[in-house]
Design a protein around this ligand. Sequence first.
Ligand code: COA
Length: 174
Amino acid sequence: MIYARVEVRPATEDDLEPINEIYNHYVVQSHYTFDLEPLEMGSRRDWFSHYGTSGRYRLFVGLEENHLIGYACSSRFRPKPGYETSVETSIYLAPEAIGKGAGSRLYEALFKSLDDQDLHRAYAGIALPNPQSIGLHERFGFKRVALYTEQGRKFGRYWDVAWFEKPLGGETGA
Ligand SMILES: CC(C)(COP(=O)(O)OP(=O)(O)OC[C@H]1O[C@@H](n2cnc3c(N)ncnc32)[C@H](O)[C@@H]1OP(=O)(O)O)[C@@H](O)C(=O)NCCC(=O)NCCS
């Protein structure tokens, strides 16, 4: 489905409050993230410093009539230097924006921006169940490669996490 009115652009510092509001909704209401407490704006600003307007680590927002309805990002997978050709991607929409194609628009922009980067793999960890997220990731060529059982604990129980992997077409080599 096409969500024709969504505008996608790189995030700026001014977007951090609505980004945090959307994310914190899922912190409080869902098992989709294993953060247990809402993020403060100070942590959110530190998080933002990880992203650039070029390079491997990108952050895009989606807007409908100038109202921020979601975001998607590519983040460093792990700190050790040999992992630098891998990113972990993440995406969250405001509840009212789900299921209308906005997630697809955001991922299109994100992966397009990574096209010319020296990247080889993208990963997404999806705490189960989450059929919408699995649907989106499969649509973008992610394949399930692992199931980590009871990897996280939230709301007094353990949750399985399915790990999805997508090849990226960046430069190859050392
Ligand atoms: C996951 C999320 C970003 C997907 O974005 P979205 O805009 O809802 O997804 P889209 O409408 O672009 O749909 C993408 C694909 O997912 C699939 N899909 C959507 N909802 C689905 C569902 N309930 N069951 C199975 N597949 C589904 C569709 O096949 C669709 O592809 P198609 O248009 O070719 O049919 C969004 O639902 C969301 O923010 N969810 C809450 C937060 C979250 O779970 N984040 C991810 C954590 S891992």
